[in-house]
Ligand binder design. Sequence first.
Ligand SMILES: Nc1nc2c(ncn2[C@@H]2O[C@H](COP(=O)(O)OP(=O)(O)OP(=O)(O)O)[C@@H](O)[C@H]2O)c(=O)[nH]1
Ligand SMILES: [Mg+2]
Length: 205
Amino acid sequence: MMAIRELKVCLLGDTGVGKSSIVCRFVQDHFDHNISPTIGASFMTKTVPCGNELHKFLIWDTAGQERFHSLAPMYYRGSAAAVIVYDITKQDSFYTLKKWVKELKEHGPENIVMAIAGNKCDLSDIREVPLKDAKEYAESIGAIVVETSAKNAINIEELFQGIRPVVLTVCQLPGNSLISTSAASQLMALPAHLSAAVRPPAQQI
Ligand SMILES: Nc1nc2c(ncn2[C@@H]2O[C@H](COP(=O)(O)OP(=O)(O)OP(=O)(O)O)[C@@H](O)[C@H]2O)c(=O)[nH]1
Ligand SMILES: [Mg+2]
């Protein structure tokens, strides 16, 4: 029988940045122009083969509206990785992203892997956040960063494939919850198209 590894991921970020659209593109390869804001959170899974294993993404898509903010810890506390999304056409959403990173550092799991997604890169003609700013920030916090478009299916697979080696949870073996000890070395082995900053050595390893 094939081993199944579970990868627990949550999505965080301002309302309207495209978190649900990213998940919908990844799980169903579909984009809905009229998607509704998420209420509370929604849960989806996607299983992908990898060698002689199956990797099952358990994805919590949280609601970005401020009134749901207090629910977020329920989702990020059990996650091995957080995908924090901003909208490249909205500087404010990049500011909100930084607040999420701060909250994760203060209240999230100790070794949570962070991936930053600058979504709506199909709208780069009205861009407000330079990629350089996102890369520099990601590097400073040891996060993966990639620009995505849920609409045009750009870098969505790459985003999840990039965090995959870092967030594996073995569900068949008892006692395994979050894999984190080798996170730093695995991050360095990310595909070249993802900008992988080495996680700071401080208490991580
Ligand atoms: N142009 C463009 N529009 C997008 C993209 N991704 C999402 N959108 C649009 O942005 C709007 C918000 O998308 P959602 O996926 O609902 O955003 P969300 O982050 O889940 O919002 P909350 O659930 O309120 O937190 C919708 O109108 C989407 O169609 C993208 O890559 N490009
Ligand atoms: Mg949503």
